[in-house]
Design a protein around this ligand. Structure first.
Ligand SMILES: [Zn+2]
Length: 263
C-alpha cells in the first residue's frame, strides 16, 4: 500500500512464497490502520470507515509514501522531474488564481493532482487490500489447499439475473444489473479500487504466477479454462461477487481468527 516499486518487486516473491506471513507489507499496513483479527464482527465496518476518513491515518499513509517513494537517494532524476513538474503546476495554478482573482485554478490543481495522490490513493488502497487475501489467516490445511484458502477471485459485478422468460420482473432485474454495473461497479470497483488489471482473478495468478498456463491478459477466460482443465483448481478456487462481498467476507474471516493471530 505504501511501498516503492523497487520494494514491491523485492517483496512480491516473498508474498507468493509465504502468503499472509507476519511481514507481508499490505497486512502490516492494514494492521496499522486498526484492521486486525479477533475483533467483534460489528467492529470492522466502523474500523473501515475510520481507516478511510481519519485525517491522522491519511496523513500517515501520505508521509510513508513520500518517505519511501520520494527519497532523493532513490531514482534522483525521476524524483527531481516529478518534484519540478508539480512545483511548476502549483506555481502556474497560484499565478493564474492571482490573475483571475479567484481560487478556481488552484481548486483544479487540487482536484486533478493533490487529492488523487493523497486521499484518493489512500482510500483506493484500503479498499483494494481488503478482500485481496484472507489476511492474518492461519490455515490447518496442508499444501495447496491451505494456501488456496487465503486467496480467491473477486468479481466486481453482481451475479447476472437468472435466465428467465422476458417478464417485466426479469427486465427490471436486468435494468438494475446494468445500472449498478455502469454507475457503481465500473466506477467504484473497476476505476477507483482495482484499476484495469487482471487482479480480480488473484487465485489464478497465485496458482500460476509466472503465467505459464494462466493468460493474465485474458484473465476471466483463462481462469475459467483453468477450472475446466484442473481438478485441483476446481477443488480449491473460490470467489466473491462485488467489492462489498469481498470485504464483508474478509471481515467474517478476521472476526473468526483468534486475537492471538495479531502478529
Ligand atoms: Zn497476492
Amino acid at each position: 500500500m505504501t511501498q516503492s516499486l523497487a520494494e514491491y518487486r523485492a517483496d512480491h516473491a516473498v508474498h507468493h512464497a509465504s502468503l499472509t506471513m507476519d511481514d507481508d507489507p499490505d497486512q502490516k499496513d492494514l494492521g496499522r490502520l486498526g484492521i486486525v483479527p479477533g475483533l467483534p464482527r460489528q467492529e470492522y465496518p466502523r474500523r473501515l470507515v475510520r481507516a478511510l476518513v481519519s485525517p491522522r491515518l491519511i496523513a500517515h499513509t501520505v508521509a510513508r509514501r513520500i518517505s519511501r517513494n520520494f527519497a532523493p537517494r532513490r531514482r534522483p532524476l525521476r524524483t527531481a522531474c516529478f518534484a519540478g513538474f508539480q512545483a511548476l503546476l502549483l506555481l502556474f495554478a497560484v499565478g493564474w488564481s492571482l490573475r483571475v482573482d479567484g481560487p478556481a485554478p488552484l481548486i483544479a490543481w487540487a482536484v486533478s493532482w493533490a487529492l488523487p495522490l493523497t486521499i484518493g490513493h489512500h482510500m483506493s488502497m484500503v479498499l483494494y487490500a481488503l478482500g485481496l487475501h484472507a489476511w492474518f489467516k492461519e490455515s490447518e490445511e496442508p499444501g495447496w489447499s491451505g494456501y488456496a484458502e487465503k486467496t480467491g477471485a473477486r468479481f466486481f459485478v453482481d451475479r447476472t439475473p437468472d435466465p428467465a422468460p422476458w417478464t417485466p420482473t426479469h427486465l427490471r432485474a436486468w435494468a438494475r444489473w446494468w445500472i449498478r454495473f455502469m454507475f457503481w461497479h465500473l466506477v467504484v470497483g473497476r476505476f477507483f479500487v482495482i484499476g484495469l488489471t487482471d487482479n480480480g482473478c488473484h487465485d489464478a495468478h497465485h496458482a500460476d504466477p509466472a503465467g505459464r498456463r494462466f493468460d493474465w491478459a485474458n484473465a476471466a477466460y483463462a481462469r475459467a479454462d483453468m477450472l475446466d482443465g484442473s481438478p485441483l483448481a476446481r477443488a480449491h478456487f473460490w470467489h466473491t461477487w462485488t467489492l462489498g462481498e469481498a470485504i464483508a467476507q474478509n471481515f467474517d474471516q478476521l472476526a473468526q481468527e483468534a486475537r492471538g493471530g495479531v502478529r
